[in-house]
Design a binder for this molecule. Structure first.
Ligand code: HH2
Length: 325
């Protein structure tokens, strides 16, 4: 999942894609580099960020989604929002995934809007709100608490009519967590995997990486990010949300090949990902397929991204015989 923030103030790409032209060019580049999903955001959720008014978030996101969906109908578009009205109009404009950092808790209409559209939803864990979350994050047992909260989010989503196969979970790296909390969650991804939903991880260029490397700024956190992605994939992550698509695709493909094609891969429950619901074969259920190409979207574990991404730069070189150890 490639990040495309159309904000002036996101912590890494803020201010770069605020015009339609720059956003479209970035979308094209990320698709060419192998992104399976483009995550469009119009409100920064960095620590301390103030909420953006709904009209402004709509102005920043909907025209970009419409333009991407028109020019690249095969793109799978996600809207990164906590507001149901933004999600609703983004879905009508061509998005088919709602990525909600509040796990659908900030806006009471979010579950209904997502269910009615037949959209897939990413339910993320956050402690507090972006404005307050890093003031004093506290847990007795971070892994158990995040697992229990995500389980409750998923149950509420299912009760609202979102089918189980349309739900992905995300521990919310950096959202109300200390460096140690983030590390614990990554190390214990298998605990979150045990809930039985696909797991999305967003570590890209986040501050815990800078902190572990002696205070490096976001611009210098690529290598650290790649290390987290490789290990997250080894520990069971199904989707990674990144700013640097080409580098991430390369790192993740190697990590994926190593862990999933090891002769002993099936010995470990957390690595046996072909048998989890992450294949998303029944996604989507009742979408208007004229709006986007979501109907062809599958997290098919037996195909490389290049098999289904027409933008892939060099399909011959990147196709790997994934049946061989
Ligand atoms: N992280 C950010 C935003 N949205 N969504 C999910 N599901 N998981 C994440 O980890 C996540 C997310 C923060 O990154 P970014 O969008 O680059 O920054 P900003 O919030 O400043 O726009």
């Amino acid at each position: 999942m490639g990040v495309l923030n159309t904000t002036p103030d996101s912590f890494y790409d803020g201010g770069r894609y605020t015009s339609l032209d720059t956003a479209l060019a970035r979308a094209e580049q990320m698709l060419a580099e192998g992104a399976d999903i483009l995550d469009i955001g119009g409100e920064s959720t960095r620590p301390g960020a103030e909420p953006v008014p709904e009209d402004e978030e709509l102005r920043r996101t909907v025209p970009v989604i419409e333009a991407i969906a028109t020019r690249y109908p095969q793109a799978t578009i996600s809207i990164d929002t906590t507001k149901s009205r933004v999600a609703e109009l983004a879905l009508q404009a061509g998005a088919c995934i709602v990525n909600d950092i509040s796990g659908m808790t900030f806006d009471p209409r979010m579950a209904e809007v997502t269910a009615q559209a037949g959209a897939l939803v990413v339910l993320m864990h956050i402690q507090g709100t972006p404005r307050t979350m890093q003031l004093s994050p506290h847990y007795a047992d971070v892994v158990a608490e995040v697992r229990d909260t995500l389980r409750a989010h998923a149950q509420r989503a299912e009760q609202a009519g979102i089918p189980r196969e349309n739900i992905w979970l995300d521990p919310g790296i950096g959202f109300g967590k200390t460096v140690e909390h983030n590390l614990q969650l990554l190390r214990h991804l298998s605990t979150l995997k045990s809930l039985g939903y696909p797991i999305l991880i967003g570590t890209s260029r986040k501050s815990f990486i800078g902190h572990l490397l002696g205070g490096l700024p976001p611009e210098e956190r690529l290598e650290g990010t790649l290390a987290t992605l490789a290990l997250a994939v080894a520990w069971g992550a199904d989707i990674v949300r990144v700013h640097d698509v080409q580098a991430a695709v390369r790192a993740v493909r190697i990590a994926d090949a190593l862990v999933r094609h090891s002769p002993n891969a099936n010995d470990s429950l957390s690595l046996d990902r072909d048998s989890t619901p992450s294949d998303c074969d029944s996604f989507p259920s009742n979408r208007d397929s004229t709006l986007s190409d979501c109907d062809s979207f599958r997290l098919n574990r037996d195909s490389t991204p290049s098999d289904r991404n027409p933008f892939s730069m060099d399909r011959n070189q990147t196709t790997i015989d994934r049946k061989q150890p």
